[in-house]
Design a protein around this ligand. Structure first.
Ligand code: SAM
Length: 295
């Protein structure tokens, strides 16, 4: 069946059975919406969404006009019983997030739990998700992976979270904000060691980019240079990568000193990033910059 015929076929189908439909939407490229997603959004009595402006635009681009109900972390406690009541009366409700797959670092989990508890039918319409797209493009082992979502904002909590993941024998997938990327990569080097990794940016969009390297090199690249757009970080399992070489340490020390840091501070930072003893990195820095102990 060609695409047009498939579209006609779906348009002719009767209204879906009552229940909650978890509908994935594109993560950038509008071509990634599925036929089934469009037909379900067309047939829904209500579309529950994170941000009515974002989903309103999507609906307009799809030529659809269905009532939108906001469902996000700030109104979920109030909105959830209202949605469940509608569902129990036989409504078809589509749940979407701003982009990608609902419930994947997006609202919906408690709503699905409530549906299960109340014997309301739930089904999922798979589609785009940044985590799986980044994993595919990473070229890192994908037989076993752990989706770690967003790391905490604060450095201490972030390092604790990373320590919990350090020994897991699986590829790790993180969502990250571009502004925090440099700090997070530095913490990953310090806690996970210098593993192979990928920063996947603007997936499915015009400026899609996959930056490959080891965590140490990527931390240097993004240290003071936050990328534009959205990013996913994929990190290889433990044991697959070597510790940074002396040349790596020198490169990073030069970078930090060129940015104006004192020798001692640069050594402290690079020691923290790499897990190397501070005294050793400081000795290397002194040798590198050929100076006495006055940094
Ligand atoms: N539910 C979405 C999914 O299935 O991918 C994820 C929503 S989460 C709130 C948003 C994060 O996903 C972004 O901060 C970024 O880490 C990642 N992301 C979403 N779209 C992306 C894209 N096109 N390229 C790279 N990362 C993306």
């Amino acid at each position: 069946m060609d695409c047009e015929a498939e579209g006609r076929h779906l348009r002719n189908r009767s209204k879906p059975a009552p229940g909650l439909y978890l509908v994935a939407t594109p993560i950038g490229n509008m071509g990634d919406i599925t036929f089934r997603a469009v037909e379900t959004l067309r047939a829904a009595d209500w579309v529950a969404c994170e941000d009515t402006r974002v989903t309103g635009k999507l609906m307009t681009r799809l030529g659809l006009d269905r009532p939108l109900i906001p469902y996000h972390e700030h109104n979920a406690e109030k909105a959830r019983p209202e949605l469940i009541a509608k569902l129990k009366q036989g409504a078809v409700i589509a749940l979407v997030s701003d982009a990608g797959t609902p419930l994947v670092s997006d609202p919906g989990y408690r709503l699905v739990r409530a549906c299960v508890a109340e014997n309301v039918a739930v089904t999922a319409l798979p589609g785009a998700s940044a985590a799986l797209t980044a994993l595919q493009l990473s070229a890192l082992p994908n037989d076993r992976f752990l989706f770690a979502g967003f790391l905490p904002n604060k450095a201490a909590a972030r390092r604790t979270a990373l320590r919990e993941l350090a020994a897991i024998p699986a590829t790790l997938v993180f969502y990250e904000s571009p502004n925090r990327l440099g700090e997070s990569l530095a913490d990953m080097v310090a806690v996970l060691g210098d593993r192979d990794a990928v920063v996947a940016r603007e997936l499915t969009k015009l400026h899609e980019e996959v930056a490959r390297g080891d965590l140490f090199a990527l931390a240097g690249r993004y240290a003071d240079n936050p990328p534009k757009g959205e990013v996913v970080v994929v990190v290889s399992p433990p044991g697959a990568a070597a510790a940074p070489s002396e040349a790596d340490l020198e490169t990073r020390l030069r970078q930090v000193v060129d940015q104006g840091a004192r020798i001692k501070d640069a050594a402290a930072l690079v020691a923290a990033e790499t897990g190397f003893p501070r005294r050793d990195v400081y000795a290397l820095a002194l040798k590198l910059f050929r100076m006495g102990d006055n940094g």
